[in-house]
Design a binder for this molecule. Structure first.
Ligand code: CP
Length: 302
């Protein structure tokens, strides 16, 4: 029997996305998550293998599993036999031999999730893949945005910052465009995307110039872990042209602010912006649990 995977937003049709959005919406309340737990995935066993750091994705998958009655175990990759030179395939086969139903995987290498899915008998769920994909982030972003506006159709979303190294930009832009949003971007040359996906999108030269156009400003962290020479970024120029300040918020009270986290306080966003009602960043995190519940139900409820 082949098992279902979630490797990319491209695995999902618009109809699939809407089913997931509706399911996730049933798990949230106006100020948090529904208290009700279920045992719907009782007996299912998940392993989380994160070869890169995480707070939100890891904890929200663990919380989602807990709320659905599934067990989850975190595989600590540092200190494991990976450090003794064990191959990825052998690590995966070892985990699989312990009877897990799904592996939730974060890894810096583009393409590794699909490669593992080609031989894994466990469902492979992409929890972040290099600069390529972060499908559950895209889904949770759509979920938080749909809740705020009622519909994503026609909304103007400006993605601002380091798009070149961002898996979130790629997956979130794909989902929002397919749900009918207009997406534009704003980035310095050194961090501008170079792939076909963004080639037809409008590019704005600065945050000041995109703000009058945008309903939503989606800020991105500078992904220094993927940049070998960070002298390509001038911090003062970056802050002047791309950082969202409290003055931007005060003069544009209707613009919605999003960010996948973790945020670079004082780099791409002012700390005072984080608690504003127009800022969805913490609501995105709540939707992260709800959406990961929806994804686990879709993939494992059989
Ligand atoms: N947005 C996101 O993936 O955050 P973490 O790196 O904390 O999981």
């Amino acid at each position: 029997m082949t098992v279902p995977h979630l490797l990319s937003t491209n695995d999902l049709s618009v109809e699939d996305i809407i089913v997931l959005l509706d399911d996730a919406a049933s798990f949230v309340t106006s100020d948090g998550l529904r208290a009700k737990r279920s045992l719907e995935l009782g007996g299912k066993r998940l392993v989380l293998a994160f070869f890169e750091p995480s707070t939100r994705t890891r904890l929200s998958f663990e919380t989602a599993a807990d709320r659905l009655g599934a067990s989850s175990i975190f595989f600590q990759t540092s200190g494991s036999s990976v450090e003794k030179g064990e191959t990825m395939r052998e690590t995966i086969m070892t985990i699989q031999a312990m009877g897990f139903d799904a592996i939730i995987l974060r890894h810096a290498t583009n393409g590794i999730h699909a490669e593992i899915a080609s031989y894994s008998k466990m469902s492979v769920i992409n929890a972040g893949e290099g600069s390529a994909q972060h499908p559950t982030q895209a889904l949770l972003d759509a979920s938080a945005l749909r809740e705020r506006f009622g519909s994503i159709e026609g909304k103007r979303v400006a993605i601002v910052g380091d798009l070149r190294h961002s898996r979130v930009a790629r997956s979130t832009a794909d989902v929002l465009l397919r749900l009918g949003a207009e997406v534009a971007f704003c980035a310095p040359d050194a961090l501008a995307p170079q792939d076909h996906q963004f080639s037809l999108m409008t590019r704005f030269p600065s945050l000041d110039e995109v703000l009058p156009w945008a309903d939503v400003v989606y800020l991105l962290r500078i992904q220094r872990e993927r940049i070998s020479d960070d002298s390509i970024i001038d911090p003062l120029d970056y802050r002047r042209k791309y950082a969202f300040t409290i003055e931007h918020a005060n003069s544009n009270p209707n613009v919605v602010i999003m960010h996948p986290g973790p945020v670079g306080v004082g780099v791409e966003i002012d700390e005072a912006v984080l608690d504003l009602n127009q800022c969805l960043i913490h609501r995105q995190v709540t939707h992260g649990v709800a959406m990961r519940m929806a994804v686990l139900r879709k993939l494992l409820n059989h």
